[in-house]
Design a protein around this ligand. Structure first.
Ligand SMILES: Nc1ncnc2c1ncn2[C@@H]1O[C@H](COP(=O)(O)OP(=O)(O)O)[C@@H](O)[C@H]1O
Ligand SMILES: [Mg+2]
Length: 218
């Protein structure tokens, strides 16, 4: 069973947004999904509480055991783990031990880029040579032709990690989150541009081969 960890030591970079969406994607594929939170803010749990009964179900997963982290319960086929800012050291090691796939959201800001660079190096040290562990970056709130987006691309080109996609800055994410929803729960026509940006990420999550390169924003 794939466990997808969403991690970045910086706060506000889009971890919970990404975690809820990855869970929403799997749920809409008909999978038995659990969304867990090792974040004290428990954003994912809060979001689950807002999720309407009539959309594809996502179960909560209490990953915090008495003595460290718990594996997802039986019956789950897909698990997604949201994580707190400042994740490092022993805690990072514990959380990584659970994860098969790690997604690192990253915003095109100089400070975020520097903080993430260190983190990605540490991640790679810990996952290198471990069969089946995959790490990828996701550009968050990226404006297609902005200077910041250019800096971001230049930076990630030097890292040994793929960037699966870039997601644009849009109120869609903010508004959907407020209702416990994801892009995958609403009429596709309303969020077509965003779904197109998710396409390469869906492939990556499913372990399908990469399709044509993701296009930037107009
Ligand atoms: N692509 C996006 N476009 C617009 N707003 C976004 C996007 N991604 C995240 N946000 C907003 O940014 C804020 C921080 O995101 P969040 O997912 O809570 O970050 P983290 O979990 O890393 O602290 C939230 O208000 C969220 O709605
Ligand atoms: Mg969060």
């Amino acid at each position: 069973m794939p466990v997808v960890l969403i991690a970045n030591p910086k706060g506000g970079v889009g971890k919970s947004t990404l975690a809820t969406h990855v869970a929403g994607y799997f749920a809409n594929q008909g999978h038995a999904v659990m969304l867990g939170d090792v974040d004290r803010q428990q954003s994912s749990r809060l979001w689950l509480g807002l999720r309407p009964a009539q959309v594809a179900p996502i179960q909560g997963w209490d990953a915090e055991g008495e003595e460290g982290l718990l594996r997802p319960p039986r019956g789950t086929t897909h698990a997604v783990l949201d994580s707190p800012a400042g994740l490092h050291g022993k805690r990072l090691k514990q959380v990584l031990a659970l994860a098969d796939q790690v997604l690192v959201p990253l915003q095109p800001s100089l400070f975020d880029i520097y903080a993430t660079s260190d983190f990605v190096h540490r991640l790679l040290e810990r996952t290198e040579g471990k069969a089946g562990k995959r790490v990828a970056l996701v550009g968050m709130r990226v404006g297609g032709r902005t200077l910041a987006a250019g800096q971001l691309r230049e930076f990630v080109a030097r890292l040994d990690v793929p960037v699966v996609t870039e997601l644009r800055d849009t109120q869609n994410y903010v508004q959907l989150a407020a209702r416990g929803l994801t892009l995958f729960d609403v009429a596709p026509g309303r969020v077509q541009r965003d779904l197109a940006q998710w396409e390469p990420l869906m492939r990556w999550l499913d372990g399908r081969p990469a399709g044509p390169a993701a296009s930037g924003n107009p």
